[in-house]
Design a protein. Structure first.
Length: 164
């Protein structure tokens, strides 16, 4: 991880800039420009918003809830966020690896629990159960040996095995 210090710093800078500084600066800029170039020049609006402070207060009281509802809709009520998450999985091999490893761990844990329950009941494994264990082990082992972060094996496995 140490060899990517410059890129990590660049990423942190961009996140700080776009998430915090640019956001706050854009909000202040928008409020200032709209008040002094539009509100002050239109007499009907100047009656509603007599000074800059009241304009900021009214726009904040109305705008923050509306924008919060829009943000909620983005994440919870539309397919926009799902599409973003799909793109993140497609584009990021680390996310692919994490999803796939979680799924494989889940499959293995379920098999182990089944084996433990059989053992606790003093039951013997059937031939088909042994074959299933060997097939699972071979399948996972083969995949782990052939995958890398630069090839698409994890993504292909996710698409093939997990989605359908």
């Amino acid at each position: 991880m140490g060899k990517n210090t410059g890129f990590r710093g660049w990423y942190y800078f961009r996140m700080g800039w776009s998430t915090y500084f640019a956001f706050i600066f854009a909000a202040i800029n928008t409020l200032t420009v709209t008040f002094y170039l539009a509100i002050e020049k239109i007499p009907a609006l100047a009656i509603i918003f007599p000074n800059f402070f009241q304009y900021v207060l009214i726009v904040s009281i109305i705008g923050i809830p509306i924008l919060t509802i829009i943000g909620y809709g983005h994440y919870k009520k539309t397919n926009a966020f799902k599409s973003e998450a799909d793109i993140l999985v497609d584009a990021n091999p680390y996310v692919q690896r994490s999803i796939l490893n979680s799924e494989l761990n889940l499959q293995l844990n379920l098999q182990l629990i089944e084996l433990l329950l059989k053992q606790l009941k003093n039951e013997k494994l059937t031939q088909s159960e042994l074959v299933e264990i060997f097939e699972t082990t071979e399948k996972i082992s083969k995949h782990v040996q052939s995958r890398s972060f630069s090839n698409k094996f994890d993504l292909n496995y996710i698409r093939k095995e997990l989605k359908g």
